[in-house]
Design a protein around this ligand. Structure first.
Ligand code: PEP
Ligand code: MN
Length: 265
């Protein structure tokens, strides 16, 4: 299989854009709001995360919300904002595609296409992501095994796109004191099985702002190639995932700590 260590021994290094390489030595932090809510929020948050040391800008324009009555995202207008913010702050960008048509749109505006947890087994979507050239961040589903995650990656790789990153973002267990259960076990297991870079998402993984930093440090210690973190200047007003979004000061302090952990491991 294309994702396996038997097929390729050396770690895959993904050249994104603006000199960002994922899977090489540096641990890249992708950060920004859960959803692109307005131009002001996108630019304001981009400045905050860039100043703190993030190297990739995140923001959802198409949001897979549990409720159809919740904010669904700004769509293409949002993509224009994140593209412009990436340009202004010299950061590659990442945003989610929920459908085959959105893959094409995303590949025009963003540098990395995110496939969300809820679409991990949307095989037509995976094939579409494999047929275009932008790197893909594939998020593990909340009830997906490591084997199924790797098979989903195979759908993208087998279409000719080898630039795939795998993302652990928490799975569903009986535990209900956190939003999901971050499966840190998956990291050493995946590192052994695959050459693809591993990105960890402690924001969704635990879902509780005051604990995100602690888990982010654990993510670095366990061997992540990168992290994806939600940051919002006013989380209490956020239209999506406010309770897990880091405050600007928290994020800046965490980035310094992450550097120390990275140096120690
Ligand atoms: C997100 O990144 O905001 C998101 C919806 O993630 P997930 O697909 O992991 O729930
Ligand atoms: Mn979110």
């Amino acid at each position: 299989k294309l994702a396996s260590r038997e097929f390729k021994k050396s770690n895959t290094v993904i050249k994104v854009s603006r000199g960002v390489e994922i899977g090489a030595k540096k641990i890249h932090v992708m950060a920004g709001p859960c959803a692109i809510e307005s131009k002001e929020l996108m630019f304001g948050t981009a400045k905050i995360v860039k100043d703190a040391g993030a190297t990739i800008l995140r923001g959802g324009a198409f949001k897979p919300r549990s409720s159809p009555y919740a904010f669904q995202g700004l769509g293409e207008k949002g993509l224009k904002y994140i593209e412009a913010a990436g340009e202004k702050f010299h950061m590659p960008t990442i945003s989610e595609a929920m459908s085959v048509e959105q893959v094409e749109l995303l590949s025009k505006y963003c540098d990395i296409i995110q496939i969300g947890a809820r679409n991990i087994q949307n095989y037509d979507l995976l094939k579409a992501a494999g047929k275009q050239k932008k790197p893909v961040l594939l998020k593990r589903g909340m009830a997906t095994t490591v084997k199924e995650l790797l098979l989903s990656a195979e759908y993208i790789l087998s279409q000719g796109n080898y630039n795939v990153m795998l993302c652990e973002r928490g799975i569903r267990t009986f535990e209900d004191s956190t939003r999901f259960t971050m499966d840190l076990n998956a990291v050493p297991v995946l590192k052994k099985l695959t050459h693809l870079p591993i990105i960890l998402d402690p924001s969704h993984g635990i879902g509780i702002r005051e604990h995100v930093g602690t888990m982010a440090k654990a993510c670095v210690a366990v061997g992540a190639d990168g992290l994806i973190l939600e940051v919002h200047p006013h989380p209490e007003e956020a239209l999506s995932d406010g309770p897990q979004s880091l405050l600007p000061d928290q994020f800046a302090a965490l980035m310094k700590e992450l550097d120390l952990v990275a140096k120690a491991v």
